[in-house]
Design a protein around this ligand. Structure first.
Ligand code: AMP
Ligand code: MG
Length: 336
């Protein structure tokens, strides 16, 4: 199969719609990362996503809809705070988990009685979702465990010859996956941190919890238990106060291989003429650059050395979660 990359041009949405209606999988730009989409009503189409990614069968998918799509048949009611959150943050990088009516394919939620729904703000995603006018199940468009894609080229690198079409909307401005928020309880609870922060949610809903799975418990957000975002080269990770040790590690690798640092701008400046990939200075910059730099690192280096950024507030909770998992510092309980 030939994989086409199309950006806004005549007939591109009709092409995407035809593929989705035929049960094919189409990759598309969103403001967070690229998604790998299929008709959420079709068992066969949804199962194709799992097969293409090599995704574990218990890791549920998020359903994407356009801004005017009526989700009420898909969900079994919503608490009052959810309506307020929708009008405050949607379209945008916030996924809301509701009690499901079971209308979409049972493979979307992997046996959970809930459904995760997202309304992306990317004009490309909105145009695509409007054209198909169906709920589109879509995880990130990377092979399972690999770094999430933030350009059409990243998607192509993982799925060339495996999918018919990538809708190119340019580089993703957000850069890390959406915040996943459980909206089934009395107060909203964050299952995965992202660009819509706990503080932002609490300012609208009054309160917001952050879910931490207890040992032995089946996690509410199964995907968070898997190893993720891993570059395909050796990695090492150091705290900000361990810079000397990090430099020793770099020099040792330099004797036989190609080491490279991945760190914030102020640390890059201290590393002089050593190879560095610069995450930037602000949390938003670090979110936007992280995945592209992890992919660059795996192409150029034999050892990628992460140094923990100093910044901690706001969006950094989401950035640190991805960074530590990419470097194998924290990846929950499962290895697949
Ligand atoms: P991805 O799109 O690859 O970032 O994966 C989507 C993630 O959303 C999954 O790994 C889950 O952690 C989360 N998710 C999807 N559906 C649900 C659901 N019904 N309940 C809780 N979390 C979900
Ligand atoms: Mg993913």
């Amino acid at each position: 199969m030939e994989t086409q990359i199309l950006s806004r041009s005549r007939g591109w949405l009709e092409r995407a719609k035809q593929y989705i209606e035929a049960g094919e999988v189409v990759a598309f730009h969103t403001e967070t990362v690229y998604g790998l989409g299929a008709n959420a009503f079709s068992d066969e189409a949804v199962l194709k996503i799992f097969a293409l990614k090599g995704r574990p069968a218990d890791n549920p998918l998020i359903v994407h809809v356009h801004r005017a799509y009526d989700i009420s048949p898909l969900i079994d009611g919503e608490p009052p705070y959810a309506a307020a959150l929708r009008s405050a943050f949607l379209p945008g990088p916030l996924t809301m988990v509701y009690p499901s009516t079971g209308k979409v394919s049972k493979y979307v939620s992997c046996g959970l009685n809930t459904l995760a729904i997202r309304v992306p703000s990317s004009p490309t995603a909105q145009a695509f979702l409007k054209a198909v006018d169906l709920p589109v199940a879509a995880p990130s468009a990377n092979l399972s465990k690999h770094v999430s894609p933030v350009t059409a080229r990243h998607v192509f690198d993982d799925f060339n010859g495996k999918i018919p079409l990538i809708l190119d909307g340019g580089a993703c401005s957000g850069g890390i996956e959406s915040t996943v928020l459980d909206c089934t309880g009395d107060i909203p609870q964050i299952l995965r941190e992202g660009l819509v922060t706990r503080e932002m949610i609490a300012s609208v809903a009054g309160e917001c919890g952050v879910y931490r799975p207890k040992t032995g418990e089946r996690p509410k957000s199964p995907g968070m238990a898997y190893k993720h975002y891993a570059p395909r080269c050796k990695t090492a990770y150091f705290g900000r106060e361990e810079l000397e040790k990090a430099i020793e590690c770099y020099e040792k690798e330099a004797k036989t291989g190609v080491p490279c640092f991945l760190c914030e701008s102020e640390v890059c400046a201290l590393l002089k003429d050593r190879r560095t990939l610069d995450l930037g200075g602000t949390p938003e910059e670090m979110a936007r650059r992280l995945y592209a730099l992890l992919r660059k690192g795996e192409e150029q280096a034999t050892l990628l050395i992460g140094v923990e950024p100093r910044e901690k507030g706001g969006v950094m909770a989401g950035v640190m979660n991805r960074m530590k998992r990419a470097f194998g510092v924290e990846h929950g309980t499962k290895e697949s």
